[in-house]
Design a protein around this ligand. Sequence first.
Ligand code: 5RP
Length: 227
Amino acid sequence: MNVEELKKAVAREALSFVEDDMVVGLGTGSTTSYFIRLLGKKVMEEELEVYGVPTSHQSRILAIESGIPIASLDEVDAIDIAVDGADEVDPDLNLIKGRGAALTMEKIIEYRAGTFLVLVDEGKLVERLGQKMPVPIEVIPAAWRAIAEELEVFNATAELRFAAKKDGPVVTDNGNFILDARFERIDDPLDMEIELNTIPGVVENGIFADIADVVLVGTPEGVKRLE
Ligand code: 5RP
């Protein structure tokens, strides 16, 4: 099974968490895109009353195309479940997220959700956060260089994220830049998450400590559930 098949398998499994009358936070990224398309089918076939609350322009457009009625965060009383991918998952279910640059809205919506369901393939499991992936940090554009320098205090080296063709920095849905920070070691993810957000000009960072409720992991042997 290739990685795309593992992603599809977890996305299919995630459908069983969605029931009629639910408000569903819709994450961003390739794994979540499979989920959104499948959810659209389920909503239409089973005539469900489900609203999606998108975490990005990307997931908003995909939800509309998939036939999922959408609402914004300020239009709903509560979010029953949020479903999203991740870039790394440690044994305590702490996450790194933000390869899709949507981390700020993702964190706001996933923090509010009754259940936060994470969908990954087994390649995303790590012993320690930061092992493979940098931590994305959304920053106010004018502050990017000052914050990159400030991150040296944390023994991190940070790079401004550029768009694929290198024709300019990635700009988030909120009009900000992304720094990708590589740390020597992240011993305490929750502490690091809080500390990073105290740097002036940091909008949010991609450490999601202690907020995932269930992680579905795609493996060649089937979908495993961690909680
Ligand atoms: C976007 C994210 C994504 O959920 C994360 O990068 C995983 O993406 P993919 O499912 O494409 O591997 O955090 O900001």
